[in-house]
Design a protein around this ligand. Structure first.
Ligand SMILES: [Zn+2]
Length: 400
């Protein structure tokens, strides 16, 4: 592969320099770099940051580019789940096409890593996973994708789901998902034992959606922490949302966060506007590795969201009452390098030897770049330009 030399960029907002990427990794950062035969790009003085990471999304759910969906429901979590499961086939929601639309836009907006859940249920079997695996293959040069086998309709309450999860993990899903072991499955011991059994059998990490509030959520979280230690799975367990860490009781939440950090459990937060969410600043101060995610975008659940991690970072920033530049820099780190680390991958940032994944962003400083709404001028994956001026620029990849 040809070397890539990007001239006149400001790594992490520093003064203008050049970056040389060779064989997919950063070979040098400095002024006046030269490399014979390299492809040369002019960064025009833009800030360079590591590519963004959407660590919690659902590429199999979006209706983006389809006719407007007027059938969204209110009601309970169960109502929303049932509405989606019953709507997919009548709507003609083709998971490969829709996940391509969603993922390509994330790439165009500077995303280099995606962790996406995919529904595994007894109505659809493994068909949704198949569509998403095809998307991962089609976009392999543009984005690294982890797929979570996710029992959206329940694991214990729908017999046959465990066996499908087992097959999904054998077929190429990377992570064992779960959903509210207490409030959804009504069987925290059975549900968590099943999730950890699948993880042990397949040697794969775990990422559990935990919407349970307050003491119920704290109880489930303590059970997750206990199993993480008992099975030596520190660093391999993630909890998404974890609203219970957002409960307004610092004497309860502080020690819980310390326990989460000790078990090296990763937290994936979306800054959910209609829930109490854990404080990003407090989690990072406790030493917890945190990723941010857009969650579902314009799906049967809700009309909101954009496939853009900077858009999501603004929501998380507002939710966490962030104002100061140092807070916005922390936010940007969680939306990029920190999220990749939370996904269990190496993430040293823009340093020699690090991966050649970077995106240019508009703005005078890192803090300004978070709030500025503008296309990403250039997105680079493993030393290859994959998007330019907010449009995919990878041969053979077209928006369906
Ligand atoms: Zn989710």
């Amino acid at each position: 592969m040809q070397d890539l030399l990007i001239r006149n960029i400001r790594p992490m907002g520093a003064e203008a320099q050049d970056i040389l990427i060779r064989a997919g990794r950063i070979a040098a950062i400095g002024k006046g770099l030269a490399a014979e035969g390299a492809t040369v790009e002019d960064g025009a003085g833009a800030i360079a940051i590591p590519t963004l990471a959407d660590t919690h999304t659902h590429l199999d759910k979006t209706t983006w580019g389809m006719p407007w969906y007027p059938g969204r429901k209110g009601g309970s979590l169960q109502d929303l789940i049932d509405n989606e499961r019953n709507s997919r086939i009548p709507l003609g929601l083709d998971v490969h096409r829709q996940s391509m639309r969603h993922a390509i836009q994330l790439v165009e907006n500077g995303t280099g890593h995606i962790r996406s859940h995919v529904d595994i249920d007894t109505d659809h079997g493994l068909s949704l996973l198949e569509g998403k695996l095809a998307t991962r293959t089609a976009l392999a040069d543009a984005v690294d994708m982890q797929i979570v086998a996710f029992p959206q309709s329940g694991l214990m309450k729908r017999p046959g789901t465990y066996e499908l999860m087992d097959e999904a993990l054998a077929m190429g899903a990377d992570v064992v998902g779960g959903l509210d072991p207490s409030s959804m499955d009504r069987d925290p011991k059975g549900s968590l034992d099943a999730i950890f059994r699948l993880a042990e059998k397949h040697g794969k990490p775990i990422d559990i959606h935990l919407h349970e509030y307050g003491e119920l959520g704290a109880f489930t979280l303590e059970e997750i922490i206990a199993r993480t230690h008992a099975l030596g799975m520190q660093g391999l367990v993630g909890v998404s949302h974890c609203f219970c860490l957002g409960m307004p009781d610092p004497l309860r939440v502080g020690p819980l966060m310390e326990e989460v950090a000790k078990a090296d459990i990763r937290i994936f937060t979306t800054g959910h506007p209609s829930a109490e969410v854990p404080s990003l600043q407090d989690m990072r101060a406790a030493g917890i590795r945190v990723g941010l995610g857009c969650d579902g975008i314009r799906d049967t659940w809700g009309p909101w969201g954009q496939p853009d991690m900077l858009h999501r970072a603004r929501i998380v920033g507002m939710k966490n009452r962030m104002r100061r530049d140092d807070e916005l820099e922390l936010l940007l780190d969680a939306a990029s390098r920190g999220g990749v680390e939370a996904m269990g991958l190496e993430a040293p940032g823009l340093v020699p030897g690090g991966s050649g994944d970077l995106t240019l962003v508009a703005g005078e400083t890192l803090a300004h770049a978070v709030v500025e709404e503008a296309p990403r001028p250039l997105v680079v994956k493993r030393g290859r330009v994959v998007a330019r001026a907010g449009r995919i620029a990878l041969p053979g990849v077209v928006m369906p």
